[in-house]
Ligand binder design. Structure first.
Ligand code: GAP
Length: 466
């Protein structure tokens, strides 16, 4: 049985907390809206996802370069990018209970589209026409303030040592700006031939008016971005290829095809000429997982204008000069994490008892195999099991030891973590049955089947699966 939409999110949030995947940020102080921490199991899954993404977007591609840019930037960069003026959401406040809503989202929910380029007056005209249909999610009232555009950039006082304050610096509103600011350095030092790509996983911060749906809409999150620099006007074919490439990557990490779809944007954000989302069927329905944007020459032209630095690319073969166009893929790592867990979540009915299992692709699983002695109070079993555990851990780091509770409880726990294999050391391992000496049972998470395997073959077996 897969996730039901009604209580699907509750089950995911509870599992993530219970099994050390995700904790609410600063929980002992009552939390902080829109901020989450990845726990010991979560950080392993997150790192496995990042590794799979990096492999596909840097190592498996020609002419693709990795980058890790600093988060803070000269404030002029955010003026050039359009974020200080154009990066805002329309917000209104319930006059009864002060709950804030995103007006564009509230309108969208009743089938009305507010274009991102609309002025505050235009949005208010639309809002006024539909106010009667929009109720406050908290108190049910229909009495909202005027909509006001609210800039999403998060300000900081880095380097500001005066009481009057100086120009604010910003945390990145989107991670990709780091790639544009380093474009010239990459061209000068790597001499890439067009088309070339730059990939980066970086943090982004947004003053989201209403963070919601767990990791889906946060105020601090990570984005995995690839910016493909192409010749002007050569965007159509490359854009189609990019959409296909990303679609296949989601399938390669085990996401079910029926839970994915591609959707074109009707309204374009200020930098985009064309935009498609890869959507995932989250417990509340299809929603954006990744944006694939045709940004044309917008970014480099803006940064050339504001910095005064020539950002033209010179073709090494014919000396032709031009500003490359940019095709972007941008995916929130938290949204991917949530999609992967939702997709893998499974419940089996074991005659009245529910078995929860995360059917994660073995290469993503935070624990590849758990090693345990059949009985924890038999020192000879424990000693041999620890030898097996330590030897395996040297070859495959994501191996766990678990001797808590009985073997059935350990299986249930590892099923919830998504551990593909559970290895048990029993009396046959020690030679009680002569022909089974130095063999163990290996239990398969998905089928529950147990097979006997030589200890010497364990590492290569697990490696072949991951
Ligand atoms: N550089 C392009 C860009 O930032 P975006 O559509 O605003 O475009 C790209 O964001 C991706 O980042 C989204 O598809 C989503 O996966 C993720 N994302 C955006 N806002 C987010 C938020 N508040 N919390 C978590 N992820 C977010």
């Amino acid at each position: 049985m897969e996730l039901e939409t009604s209580n699907g999110m509750e089950k995911i949030v509870s599992l993530c907390k219970r099994r050390g995947f995700v904790y609410p940020g600063s929980e002992i102080y009552g939390g902080l809206a829109g901020i989450y921490d990845f726990g010991p199991r979560g950080v392993e899954l997150l790192n496995n996802l990042k590794k799979a993404w990096w492999q596909a977007n840097v190592y498996d591609k020609e002419n693709h370069y990795g980058l890790d840019a600093g988060m803070f930037k000269n404030p002029r960069a955010w003026e050039a990018s359009g974020h200080t003026s154009g990066f805002s959401d329309p917000m209104a406040e319930c006059k009864k209970c002060n709950t804030r809503i995103r007006v564009d989202k509230a309108l969208e929910a009743i089938g009305v589209t507010a274009d991102e380029k609309m002025s505050e007056d235009e949005i208010n005209a639309l809002f006024d026409a539909h106010r009667a249909q929009i109720a406050c999610a908290k108190c049910g009232a229909h009495d909202f303030s005027r909509a006001k555009k609210f800039n999403l950039l998060v300000k900081s006082n880095l380097g500001d040592f005066t009481s009057e304050g100086t120009e604010p610096v910003y945390l990145p509103g989107e991670a990709c700006q780091g790639i544009y600011l380093d474009y010239k350095n990459i061209v000068d030092t790597m001499q890439p031939k067009i088309p070339f790509g730059v990939a980066q996983i970086g943090k982004a911060f947004r003053n989201e008016i209403s963070p919601r749906n767990f990791l889906f809409r946060c105020r601090e999150f990570e984005q995995a971005d690839t910016q493909l620099f192409i010749k002007p006007h050569e965007n159509k074919e490359a854009y189609e290829a990019l959409k296909k490439d990303r679609w296949n990557w989601f399938l390669s990490i085990g996401i079910k095809e029926e839970n994915l779809r591609l959707k074109q944007h009707e309204n374009l954000v200020f930098y985009a000429k064309d935009a498609w989302d890869v959507e995932y069927k989250f417990p509340w329905g299809f929603d954006e997982l990744e944006g694939i944007h045709d940004r044309s020459d917008y970014d480099l032209t803006q940064h050339m204008k504001f910095s005064g630095v020539d950002l033209n690319y010179t073709d090494p073969e014919n000396g032709e000069k031009y500003i490359p166009w940019i095709l972007e893929t941008s995916m929130g790592m938290g949204r991917l994490f949530l999609a992967v867990i939702a997709d893998a979540y499974h419940e089996d009915d074991l005659g009245g008892e529910v078995r929860v299992v995360l059917k994660l692709h073995p290469k993503l699983a935070p624990v590849k195999a758990m090693v345990s002695p059949l009985l924890r109070n038999k020192p000879e079993l424990v000693a041999r099991a620890r030898e097996v555990y330590q030897a395996l851990k040297k070859e495959i780091p994501q191996i766990a030891w678990d001797d808590n509770g009985n073997i059935g409880k350990r299986y249930r726990r590892q099923d919830e973590i998504g551990t593909p294999y559970c290895i048990t050391i029993d009396f046959d391992t020690l030679g009680e049955t002569a022909e089974l000496l130095d063999t163990v049972t290996v239990r398969d998470r998905d089928s529950g089947e147990q097979t006997r395997m030589k200890i010497a073959e364990l590492a290569s077996f697990i490696k072949s699966k991951i």
